[in-house]
Design a protein. Structure first.
Length: 105
């Protein structure tokens, strides 16, 4: 019985911390994402208005190149995510909490 307790105690703690941490990160990320989307959208509308009025000219080719380079850099995050998921008990609880946080936020 002592052997089972010594295995379950750290596992339960890891799952609990992972779940709470995931919920908090998911909730916060959704709130921040809404704010970032609002700022980017307003900025884009402002740029389009200035271009429409003739104050500025937008180089869409350069913008497309910049976005493509940003997407290429984001693919490097796959390795970090894979390493994170390898830790199954914490990762599973974190993922569940993250989902609930996104849903609640």
């Amino acid at each position: 019985m002592s052997s089972l307790s010594s295995i379950l105690t750290p596992l339960v703690g890891e799952i609990g911390i992972g779940g709470v941490g995931g919920f908090l990160v998911g909730y916060s990320l959704k709130k921040v994402a809404k704010l970032v989307a609002l700022v980017i959208g307003l900025g884009f509308l402002g740029l389009q208005y200035l271009a429409y009025k003739g104050f500025i000219m937008i180089d869409y080719t350069a913008m497309r190149t910049w976005v493509a380079s940003m997407i290429g850099e984001a693919s490097g995050a796959q390795m970090w995510i894979t390493d994170f998921i390898v830790h199954v008990p914490f990762g599973a609880a974190f993922g569940g909490g993250f989902y609930l946080g996104l849903k609640k936020g």
